[in-house]
Design a protein around this ligand. Sequence first.
Ligand code: GDP
Length: 301
Amino acid sequence: SKFREGLTKTRDALVGKVGELFSRRKKIDEEFFEELEEILIGADVGVNTVMELIDELRAEVKKRKIEEPAELQPILSEKLVEMLRGSDDEVGMKENPNGITVILFVGVNGVGKTTTIGKLAWRYKQQGKNVLLAAGDTFRAGAIEQLEVWGQRVGVDVIKQESGSDPAAVMFDAVQEAKRRNVDVLICDTAGRLQNKHNLMEELAKIHRVIQREIPSAPHETLLVLDATTGQNALQQAKLFGEKSGVTGLVLTKLDGTAKGGIVIAIRNELSLPVKFVGLGEQMDDLQQFDADQFVHALFA
Ligand code: GDP
């Protein structure tokens, strides 16, 4: 499956080594746990999460009187699924049952925000939905054009103003146009500069206000896009953005290009934000809805 293919590098780095450890070692001792710790940290599972995992495994070993590493391997998978699985209401995307669903995208430049917007637009189009894009990143040179390229590729219109204009004004236009056209889903890009964090947060707050004035229940999702290849940096960005910008879910991109896929586990475990999608390539159909069981299965099976 797409998951299996996209996670090849992580699987080789993480599972290959874990599997080798579990079959090479005949005894569960301190050295065994130390080696396991090292492998997990190496795959960017994150120190806190690794400590938690190891503690839980130690407890299971004691409780179930496990002696052989092979017996412990399925328990490790179980624990990982537990960490990755959210509550039921986090699964899938929230939608507006009575009108336009508004999805806001936030994230630092270069993480794959535009690409993800394009892929998501395509996904909704495939479901027969009427989609519109809003070019709310009026700051970065080329951002509007890049979104338009994706719009053309996917067959979806982009509402824009000239570069440098007020993003909130773009959003206002986009919502009016979405209403006029009876659109099902409006997907909005926003600026990703981090040089001036305070201004960016103000800008996002203003965008929220403008959208909410027109559609009180909106935005229905605010997705923070993170680049999985940056490992622990992605976790830091999630902490930074997550607190202030009303983020409701995460997208982890470029999982196909990294052995650091363990970051998904760290992010899921250390933040109370659900991972909604993962990016597994540069093409339109390379966006997968996140599923904990499938993810772990793709890694270990
Ligand atoms: P933005 O600045 O956040 O809008 O980032 P872009 O959407 O322009 O993406 C930056 C680069 O990452 C581009 O070359 C994309 O093709 C690439 N990219 C985005 N998502 C993925 C992904 O899931 N996998 C891979 N391999 N590349 C990706």
